[in-house]
Design a protein. Structure first.
Length: 122
């Protein structure tokens, strides 16, 4: 796959998730959120994956996030942190679902999540 486009767009936080997700608050333990990425902020609906900086903030305990296209939860993590009050970013490449979404799973505590898309594949 070749990275076709680069683009920086802040997609979501607990206050301003795009589209129908605007009312989602912090992500709780063992919960996930689905974020529409394809067709939003300049990312085409035909994109198959994104390069993004996923940041966790407002942590209350150690834990991890997993970003994936949905379906079965993978057995890997994308962002890891060790305690309360941390702000931790990590660069990830995430395949998009057929509808252009990504799912972000939080395993522990309650966290705020930011997704900054830097580019996409198609």
């Amino acid at each position: 796959m070749q990275l076709l486009h680069t683009h920086r767009e802040r997609f979501c936080s607990k206050e301003d998730l795009p589209g129908a997700n605007t009312s989602i608050g912090p992500v709780g333990p063992a919960q996930s959120i689905t974020v529409q990425v394809g067709g939003v902020g300049g990312v085409p609906l035909t994109a198959t994956a994104v390069v993004a900086n996923v940041t966790v903030a407002g942590t209350v305990s150690g834990g991890f996030l997993t970003a994936y296209p949905g379906g079965t939860l993978p057995t890997v993590s994308d962002v890891n942190w060790t305690g309360p009050g941390e702000i931790v970013p990590n660069l990830v490449v995430v395949k998009l679902s057929s509808s252009g979404t990504i799912t972000i799973y939080n395993n522990s505590g309650t966290v705020d999540v930011l997704v900054d898309v830097l580019g996409w594949y198609q």
